[in-house]
Every structure is written in C-alpha cells, then in structure tokens.
Write a protein that binds this ligand. Structure first.
Ligand code: PXL
Length: 279
C-alpha cells in the first residue's frame, strides 16, 4: 500500500504558507496527503498585511481523532508546521493513536524568524514546541527557532560551523533523532541546510546560491518538499538538497514580480523542477 502523510498546520487562506503550500507540494511529490487544519486565518501574520482573522479549530482535533480511530484511519508519517500551544497535546495524541507502527514524525517548529517570535506566540511557546520536538524523527528549525528552542540568544549571522554542530547536538537532546537546520550560511554567497544524525553523531551539509532577498513562506516550502522527498525514499541529505534547490527555483520565479508578489514565493512555477529532481 502507498504511504500516507498527515500534515497538521493552519490554513492561511491567502499568503502562500502552511497548508496552501504543503498540500500541493507534497501531493506533487506523488504522496497522498491528508490535512488537519488547526486554525483558519484570512492571511498570514507576517509583515505586509495590517491584520488578520483567526478561527481556532483546536476543538475539532479530539473529535476528528475519535472518528479516525473508529474508521481505523492511520498514517505512515506526520508533518507539523505552524500550530498553537493548546494544539500540541492533541497533536501528540494524534501522532500516537492514528499512526501505523513506526510512523515518521517530521516537526517544523514554525514559530519565529529573523530573531523574533511570530505575532501571537508568547515567550512560553518555544517550551511547548520543544515537547513536539521530543520524539520527532526530524526537526526542521531555522536559526531563530533553534535559539528559541534552546533558550539561547539569536546569533544573527555571527556563527561558524562549530556553533551549528553544537546547537544541533543540543537540539537533538530535546529528543529528536535528526536535526535539519535551515538558512545555514558560512560563506556570504551560499546558503543551505545542515543535517545532523544523532544516532551516528554525524553531519552532512548542502549549500546552494544565496539570493539576497527575503521572502515569506520559504520555510514552509522547504519543509514540505523535504517531507515529500523523504516519503519518496530519498536520504535526508538528498531531501534537503531537493528542498533547498526547490526554494531557490521558487524565489527565482518570484524575483521579477517581487513588488506585487511580496507575500510569498511562486512555488507553483517551480513544481516541474521539483518533480524532475525526484525522478
Ligand atoms: O510560514 C509560517 C506561517 C504559517 N502560518 C501563519 C503564519 C506564518 C508566519 O508568519 O503567520 C499563520
């Protein structure tokens, strides 16, 4: 039987992030993707929009789990993104009770960027997110999220390889088997990801060209492509390469229109390159 993945994150109706990115990308990888929306927002909460609506769907989570249990619906993998504090206990239940044995847990601790927590998350949120990281097969923090999870100051661009390896080992101590840090850069024109395997205490790296424009939603694009590629049976470093190349391609497709298309990346235009990379 083909493997099924469940992704749990919000629906931002517009803004090209979370579920509106995860569902098409993972589906394009040829993986059956079920969704569990944790909240419905008019748009994302990052800079650019002046406000948003937020409808919390947390109460649906235990009801949906109960139904799935009655229907014997189980998933081979879980991929979580932007979620709220009260959802974490429910998500842990779902990953426990709606899983085939040995189901993969991929956790993107989507909560912060550029040294700051997203609007709407309080200072205690990283501690709660750490509970979701515990027991994950893969966690995919950016450098800001890594520092919030560890309760250390954000290093900005002032770090070296030894720092990345130290924080990766510390993040693994939260209880995650593999740590993929995104947005890692040791040279000014290169950016990529580090992959740390706690069982063998080994590191792998992948870098691509650094395009000096920040777009919202690239973390979600990366994590979705990573999850899809991993489900296709690629190694973690190969999945990180496929995901990083896909993000670069999506950014390139957006660059000539960045004034009007400021809210996310045109990942749709890069999907053919993703599919090619998987074959
Ligand atoms: O891309 C992460 C994300 C997801 N969902 C919502 C967000 C953000 C980032 O700001 O606001 C609602």
């Amino acid at each position: 039987m083909d493997k099924k993945l469940l992704t749990i994150q919000d629906i931002s109706c517009v803004g090209q992030c979370s579920l509106t990115v995860a569902l098409p990308i993972i589906s394009a990888c040829g993986i059956e993707t079920a969704i569990l929306p944790g909240a419905l927002l008019s748009n994302h909460t990052a800079a650019g929009y002046s406000g948003w609506t937020f409808n919390d769907l947390t109460d649906e989570m235990p009801k949906i789990l109960e139904r799935w249990n009655k229907e014997n619906i189980k998933f081979d993998a879980f991929y979580t993104g932007y979620v709220t504090k009260t959802q974490i206990a429910h998500i842990l239940q779902i990953m426990d009770k709606a899983a085939v044995p040995g189901a993969l847990r991929i956790v993107d601790p989507a909560m912060a960027d550029n040294g700051k927590l997203y609007a709407g998350f309080d200072d205690n949120f990283p501690q709660e997110m750490a509970k979701l990281c515990k027991g994950a097969d893969y966690i995919l923090p950016n450098l800001t999220e890594a520092s919030f999870l560890l309760g250390i100051p954000y290093a900005g661009s002032d770090y070296d390889q030894a720092y990345i390896e130290k924080i990766s080992r510390d993040l693994a101590k939260l209880g995650a088997k593999n740590v993929v840090i995104t947005g890692v850069s040791f040279e000014k024109d290169k950016v990529g990801a580090s992959v740390y395997h706690a069982d063998t205490d080994t590191f792998e790296y992948y870098f691509n060209e650094k395009i000096d424009v920040a777009f919202h939603g690239t973390g979600d694009v990366f994590s979705s492509a990573f999850a899809g590629a991993l489900m296709r049976g690629t190694s973690a470093i190969q999945a990180a390469k496929i995901a990083a190349d896909f993000v670069v391609e999506a950014i390139k497709k957006t660059l000539d229109d960045k004034k009007d298309h400021w809210y996310g990346v045109k990942f749709e235009k890069a999907i053919p390159s993703l599919i090619k990379a998987l074959n």
